[in-house]
Design a protein around this ligand. Structure first.
Ligand code: DGL
Length: 275
């Protein structure tokens, strides 16, 4: 790890957060980033609140110990199940001056401008769907928007195992899209409420009717983070800017380098990390 870096930490259970990191690197190229994928314990989406909270807190503490002042939970499941407790209960004790931000609120803020019918679909992990975080947040900001959710428990494993562009992958994508649209035919915008799903966007788009907008989180989160740092210059000055990005995984380094490198369209070096 490089010294004197106060990087922005980007955390996900596995590869999904790369869809957020990709946009962060494009829109904030001078900042330093550390990406941490907990591939060894992915998926989080089928795990209980306590387990997701414990894993996420461990990852946040690890990123803090590596010099991060600010951590983005680039994972809806962690944002849904752990963010609030970490912000309200843990941060004041372990690092009162550091910050942890999630991906759900910034995505919800965009909804009203993207739906005409005011019928929106949310696709996410079982954990995110069961937490009801999206319907609750949407109801607070846009009470007239009707939300229908669809849990897609097979989608994260498809991404983690490189099975998206296969007959099996397409079967599960179609199955969940058909199921969502059969519950509400007026849906004209779908939030991909899991950061893994943009890695499947090409296949999803092939199956989805053309009039339905797909809302994927990468650029939304990147814009929201830039705005946050603009509004919080005291935090911005604490984020170092040497245009670097380091990658850590809790599982096989070579698989991570191959897959992450393909997704980010660059070769990269990852390091193994244990909590
Ligand atoms: N990328 C995570 C999310 O946004 C995937 C969760 C999982 O590991 O199941 O929810």
């Amino acid at each position: 790890m490089k010294k004197n870096r106060q990087a922005i930490g980007v955390f996900d259970s596995g590869y999904g957060g790369l869809s957020v990191l990709n946009e962060l690197l494009k829109s904030m190229p001078n900042y330093d980033f550390i990406y941490l994928g907990d591939n060894a314990r992915s998926p989080y989406g089928t795990r209980s609140y306590d387990v997701v909270y414990d894993y996420t807190l461990e990852a946040v503490e690890k990123l803090f110990s590596m010099g991060c002042e600010l951590v983005i939970l680039a994972c809806n499941t962690a944002s849904a199940k752990a963010l609030r407790s970490i912000q309200q209960n843990d941060l004041p004790k372990i690092a009162p001056n550091k910050r942890v931000l999630g991906v759900i609120r910034p995505s919800v803020e965009q909804i009203a401008s993207l739906t005409k019918t005011k019928h929106v679909g949310v696709m996410g992990t079982l954990g995110t769907v069961r937490s009801n975080s999206y319907p609750l947040e949407i109801a607070k900001l846009f009470p007239d928007v009707h939300v229908t959710q669809e849990a897609c428990p097979m989608w994260v494993p498809l991404v983690e195992n490189n099975e998206v562009e296969t007959d099996g992958g397409r079967y599960f994508i179609k199955k969940n899209i058909d199921s969502l649209l059969s519950k509400d035919s007026l849906i004209d915008a779908i939030i991909l409420g899991c950061t893994h799903y943009p890695l499947m966007e090409t296949e999803i788009r092939k199956i989805l009717p053309d009039h339905i907008q797909l809302i994927s989180q990468g650029d939304i989160v990147a814009r929201s983070l830039k705005d946050y740092l603009f509004r919080h210059p005291e935090m911005d000055v604490r984020c170092s800017k040497n245009a670097s990005c380091e990658f850590f995984t809790t599982e096989f380094v070579d698989s991570f380098e191959e897959k992450a490198g393909r997704f980010l369209n660059t070769s990269l070096i990852a390091k193994h990390i244990r909590f």
